[in-house]
Ligand binder design. Structure first.
Ligand SMILES: Nc1ncnc2c1ncn2[C@@H]1O[C@H](COP(=O)(O)OP(=O)(O)OP(=O)(O)O)[C@@H](O)[C@H]1O
Length: 529
């Protein structure tokens, strides 16, 4: 990522800040000197300088915003890419890490230049230079300015440390809230079983759900964070005004002749306006704390790796020996499958049909031996074999983006024809939006859409989980015809409780239920008949 615009943002913000403080210094001096100016004093030059500085301040302010926001967009894209790379070939295991959480942390990371680096370095630069110039020219009341600088520094550090703690709590509360929300939404189908609901008042005849996860705690922490920043800036304002009062009253340093010179007004004016040009630091430091938390959260993002295997062609046979999904108490399978045709995998519910298909595809790790044309294949996702889930994932997008999610350029005609063959004419045209995660589709439509996606990717081996579940007989027939045609050149393993007569099954693998005594006595192997 090019970082030039970021430095440009900083430079422009600096110009904006310096122009502002210079206007303050010159104009306060100008006002003071105008009162006692001798005849012939040239009012034009300071007035022109102030006007020019004002224009510079406006221009640099807008330019800094423009460059800064362009840079922010580029940075968001860059950080997103980094996150995508981090997630490549792996899956997030943390339920609370929703897309929204990822987006929030990404933005927090990307906005660091405009959120805190530019404002904080700007104020530090101005404050330091004001002190140096004041000492250099021995301006009256310089010690007050230096004292205020020290107070500001301490306050920012203390505020920053507190903000770090609160930001940590915000992240924890946010994570808990997201986790509770995910759990709550996942059990939406059984909300009515919630005991509390029976005793609850009704609104317009409907029960009001009162166990909805609340974001109150998150909100409270965020409010505390803002309040503390605000309080710090009020205290700073108080200190600055107190310093002005001390200067003006002469309580600390006695009023001398020098005090009546126009230049003597400069430091009190700077002190008076300090909350305006230095107060923003207290809010910027909280942004820094949030940034730290986001960077930590993304760094510690829990993922589990998915190993990808190269394309695996199948010319003769797929052989499994003593094979099963790892860490599941399931029967071991020993069987040989042909390179083409349909093999039905049947057995009682829970006997391990889905687990077997998933481990063959490489979605699950396995134990035992898997050989393709006599070559042993290690664990890992085989990129040109497809497992079609029992409950498929549908993307929030158009029908065509669901059929070609990787943008492989699958011809639209192929998509349309296949959808028609599967009885999915209702999903045409292909540009139709399927709703968030395909929620508008029926269970049967989702299954056939996922099957179409797998077939259109020209998968060498199709591993289809319960494709006929929830389909009427006519639609089952259509699905059978599509599978029969595909099986002429490919191997299809179908896990199913039903085997429609229209399906050209070449052989059946019957999985028995895994029983504890079987497993203890030495696991049994099942062969194809
Ligand atoms: N995510 C999981 N973690 C641990 N064990 C699991 C998991 N999913 C399934 N199992 C175990 O594996 C067994 C087999 O599950 P699987 O889904 O493979 O069976 P199935 O034959 O496809 O069942 P069904 O016909 O009901 O879909 C289950 O009884 C369960 O004990």
């Amino acid at each position: 990522m090019k970082s030039k615009p970021a430095y440009l943002t900083l430079l422009l913000a600096l110009l904006h800040g310096v122009a502002g403080i210079t206007i303050l210094v010159i104009s306060s001096w100008f006002i003071a000197i105008s009162a006692i100016a001798p005849v012939g004093f040239n009012y034009v030059i300071p007035a022109v300088v102030i006007r020019a500085l004002a224009l510079l301040r406006i221009a640099s302010g807008y330019a800094s915003m423009w460059v800064g926001h362009n840079d922010l967009l580029a940075r968001i894209a860059g950080v997103r890419l980094r996150v995508f790379r981090q997630l490549e070939n792996s899956k997030i295991t943390d339920k609370a890490f929703t897309t929204e959480a990822l987006a929030q942390h990404t933005e927090e990371l990307a906005s660091r230049w405009i959120a805190w680096i530019a404002p904080l370095s700007n104020i530090t630069f101005i404050f330091t230079n004001l002190c140096v110039v004041a000492v250099w020219f021995n301006l009256p009341s310089t010690s007050f300015l230096i004292t205020l600088f020290a107070i500001w520094l301490v306050a920012v550090v203390v505020q920053g440390l507190g903000a770090l703690n609160i930001a940590k709590r915000v992240t924890t509360e946010n994570k808990a809230f997201r986790q509770q929300s995910a759990d709550f939404l996942n059990c939406s189908a059984i909300w009515h079983l919630n005991k509390a609901m029976n005793n609850m008042p009704k609104e317009e005849g409907r029960h009001v759900i009162n166990s909805v996860p609340s974001a109150d705690r998150v909100w409270r922490q965020q409010t505390t964070q803002k309040d503390k920043a605000l309080r710090a800036s009020w205290w700073f304002q108080g200190a600055a005004f107190f310093a002005v009062v001390l200067v003006m009253s002469g309580a600390v340093s006695p009023i001398s002749d020098f005090s009546y010179m126009p230049i003597a007004i400069v430091v009190p004016m700077i002190l008076m306006a300090a909350p305006d040009w230095a107060g923003a630091a207290f809010h910027s430091i909280t942004k820094f704390a949030q940034h730290k938390q986001s960077a930590k959260a993304l760094k510690n993002l829990k993922t589990s790796p998915i190993k990808l295997l190269e394309r695996t062609e199948l010319h003769h046979s797929l052989t499994l020996s003593g094979y099963t999904a790892k860490n599941r108490r399931l029967p071991l399978v020993s069987a040989t499958f042909p390179a083409t045709g349909i093999v039905c995998i049947s057995g009682p519910s829970g006997c391990g049909k889905s687990s077997l298909l998933q481990s063959i595809a490489g979605v699950l790790p396995s134990t035992g031996i898997k050989e393709v044309d006599g070559m042993r294949i290690p664990d890992g996702l085989i990129t040109n074999w497809r497992y079609v889930e029992q409950e498929p994932i549908v993307l929030s997008g158009s029908v065509s983006s669901n059929l070609d999610p990787a943008g492989m350029g699958i011809p639209l005609d192929d998509m349309t024809n296949l959808l028609a063959q599967l009885g999915l004419e209702a999903l045409l045209p292909l540009s139709m939006w399927v709703g968030k995660a395909g929620r508008t589709l029926s269970g049967g439509e989702r299954k056939r859409l996922a099957l179409a996606r797998a077939i259109l990717s020209h998968a060498k081996v199709l591993l289809v989980d319960e494709p006929f579940e929830g389909l009427d007989v006519t639609t089952q027939h259509k699905v059978c015809e599509v599978l029969n045609r595909y099986a002429a050149n490919h191997l299809i393993l179908v896990a199913s409780h039903v085997t429609p007569s229209a399906l050209n099954v070449s052989s059946t693998l019957l999985l028995e239920e895994a029983r504890m005594d079987n497993l203890c006595a030495g696991q049994h192997a099942i062969r194809l008949p």
